[in-house]
Design a protein around this ligand. Sequence first.
Ligand code: NI
Length: 176
Amino acid sequence: MAIRQVLTYPDKRLRVRARPVEKVDDRIRRLIDDLAETMYAEPGIGLAAPQVGEALRVFVIDLASPKGGELRAFVNPRIVRAEGEIVWKEGCLSFPGISEEVTRADRVRVEALDRDGKPFSLEATELLAVAIQHESDHLDGKLLIDRVSFLKKRMIRRQMAKWNAEHGLDAEAEAG
Ligand code: NI
């Protein structure tokens, strides 16, 4: 296992639409292990493969992070039902130090493959439902900043430009 570098906004690799995993093999299990280890190290409660530069439809969630114990891996996840509404103040490891209120469905049903390639279906509410929707967005190149108001977008862009400069990242701003 290895701790991977988490890409920060506006890295273009965060905007790529990830491709489905064809076979859940040892390479995918290693990716899942890396995602989990990186998530615990940061710490965060979820991490998607595109955030470490792997354009594959894989993410991990553990609401008990960084202590661990509730690790769930999702390969090729599909949200097949979404109901209700919930507002949650969300953070994202690709937007360090930023948290913003986002409106999501408060109950979702997701179908995915587990780390052994076995299909499963999960009904989730509240924070787990929010996390599943947030991480699913990453697989489509969609980010927290896309879900907030125009003024908040400007504020986030400014904060991230500052953060990237402070961390020696010469990131090119997104248009719009
Ligand atoms: Ni995120």
